[in-house]
Design a protein around this ligand. Structure first.
Ligand SMILES: Nc1ncnc2c1ncn2[C@@H]1O[C@H](COP(=O)(O)OP(=O)(O)OP(=O)(O)O)[C@@H](O)[C@H]1O
Ligand SMILES: [Mg+2]
Length: 467
């Protein structure tokens, strides 16, 4: 796969895992945790057997698919069969695939449980279990589902639990499902990746969209993800960006699975370059070329921040993260900073002339790229004619640039305002019930906030992304 050396989390956990130990593994986003649990699991598989020997549970469908693809690649020489099962896909098709004797199953909790109830999934030969993004599954209220699934997995199994964040309540999972786990925490000064430059942009709710447009124009990301708080937000933003001429589409849990997959596919192929998403895309997704992450709405908890911005700056690459914060949410920003132990630098919103300049620079880049490609023969005759006609070549280039420049589109856009997150002081302790607001039927409403960890236990189920 072109890997030259093990990443620290791989170097530390693979030997332990091969000895059969239960492991809680924590390391920053994009540092190869998938292979860290995947390689020893693949090593153990007996390919002569037709039984399922490895089970991986992941919080979202797209992540389940991605993990199964990565394991498939690593295990292809050995001919290990890996199958993903998740909600929104035809269950009969999954049942047929199950009959081909996969060695490893990667699934989302809801669908795994469904198969267990239908008796189409036999887990009694599973010797390795992985909970990827374990803390998120706890947030989403999947712990009872996981418990039910694990009743079907032998107690003698090895259990591995991985995430970039391990908030306190994760202990609950460890106590319930693991045996003397070794905690491996890759030591890092900050919880976020150093290669990601982190900024915040102070902006009033009603100005956010123009600020976003200008930032996109100035920064010209290769691929960008814009995170919004709710599904409605994502729909509105994606449409508004399209109106302004960006190639953008939204992804969230209310779309059909076919749509979710096609949007993601287009994004990976660069046929859209802005993906607007709810937290459904915050965890685990590994998409190369994502250079910028914009938190259009500040995330509701610090872990979500860590994972969202971790969609860029992966495997040693550089990235940039911009978090929009309304004046009333400044408090909240500090809570995030305290958790990540990293200060965000304030960025001034670009002016419209800076935005224009950004677009002009993009035109210059396009022009010089085209010169580099050097297949201009067919145009040189005309070019020579133009120059010989006496027009100044500087004027000619300037005209070409003017035509190439996609001038800023300032079409007025109407985005439904979101209420700001309540400040730490207001919501924490005095009125802890507010945390219950998280989730809601739009996939995470505003409200809630404050202290990140200990308030979690009382939260009701966040809306399922898995159904
Ligand atoms: N040893 C390695 N050397 C180089 N690249 C690697 C190595 N191991 C994994 N990678 C690549 O690094 C990228 C990130 O890996 P992966 O998705 O497993 O990260 P992660 O730690 O699970 O991140 P997240 O916390 O966001 O889920 C992937 O493209 C993966 O193929
Ligand atoms: Mg991962």
């Amino acid at each position: 796969m072109g890997f030259e050396e093990a990443t620290p989390i791989q170097a530390e956990t693979i030997p332990l895992s091969s000895e059969g130990k239960d492991i809680i593994g924590q390391a920053q986003t994009g540092t190869g945790k998938t292979a860290a649990f995947g390689i020893p699991m693949l090593e153990k598989i007996d390919t002569k057997s037709q039984n399922i020997q490895g089970l991986i549970i992941a919080p979202t469908r797209e992540l389940a698919i991605q993990v199964s693809e990565e394991l498939d690649r690593i295990g292809s020489e050995k001919r290990v069969r890996v199958l993903s099962v998740y909600g929104g896909q035809d269950i009969q098709r999954q049942i047929r695939a199950m009959k081909k004797g996969p060695h490893i199953i990667v699934g989302t909790p809801g669908r795994l449980l469904d198969h267990i109830k239908r008796r189409t999934l036999k887990l009694d030969e599973v010797n390795t279990l992985v909970l990827d993004e374990a803390d998120e599954m706890l947030n989403m209220g999947f712990i009872d589902d996981i418990e039910s699934i694990l009743k079907n997995v032998p107690d003698t199994r090895q259990t591995l639990l991985f995430s970039a964040t391990m908030p306190g309540p994760i202990r609950k999972i460890a106590d319930r499902f693991m045996k003397d786990p070794v905690v491996v925490k890759v030591q890092a000064k900050e919880m976020t990746v150093e290669n990601i430059e982190q900024f915040f942009v102070k902006s009033h709710e009603r100005e956010k969209f123009d600020v976003l447009s200008r930032l996109l124009n100035v920064q010209s990301p290769e691929l960008a993800i814009v995170f919004g708080r709710t599904k409605r937000r994502v729909d509105e933003l994606a449409r508004a960006l399209e109106i302004r001429g960006y190639m953008a589409e939204g992804i969230h849990g209310d779309l059909t699975q076919a749509k979710r997959m096609s949007v993601l596919k287009k994004f990976k192929a660069g046929r859209i370059d802005v993906l607007v998403a709810t937290d459904v895309a915050a965890r685990g997704l590994d998409i190369s070329g994502v250079t910028h992450v914009y938190n259009y709405d500040i995330p509701q908890d610090p872990e979500s921040y860590v994972h969202r911005i971790g969609r860029t700056g992966r495997a040693g690459k550089k990235g940039m993260a911009m978090t929009f914060v309304t004046p009333r949410e400044m408090n909240y920003l500090r809570v995030v900073e305290q958790t990540t132990r990293k200060k965000m630098e304030q960025m001034r919103p670009p002016s419209s002339s800076e935005a224009l300049e950004g677009l002009q620079r993009a035109a210059v880049d396009e022009l010089t790229e085209t010169v580099k490609k050097n297949n201009l023969e067919e145009y040189k005759v005309l070019a020579r004619e133009l120059v010989n006609n006496g027009d100044d070549s500087l004027d000619l280039i300037a005209a070409a640039l003017k035509i190439l420049t996609k001038e800023p589109d300032e079409t007025p856009i109407d985005i439904t305002p979101e209420r700001p997150l309540t400040s730490k002081k207001k919501s924490y302790r005095k009125d802890d019930k507010k945390f219950g607001n998280r989730g809601g039927n739009r996939g995470g409403k505003s409200g809630g906030g404050g202290k990140p960890y200990n308030s979690r236990q009382r939260q009701p189920k966040r809306q399922s992304r898995d159904s």
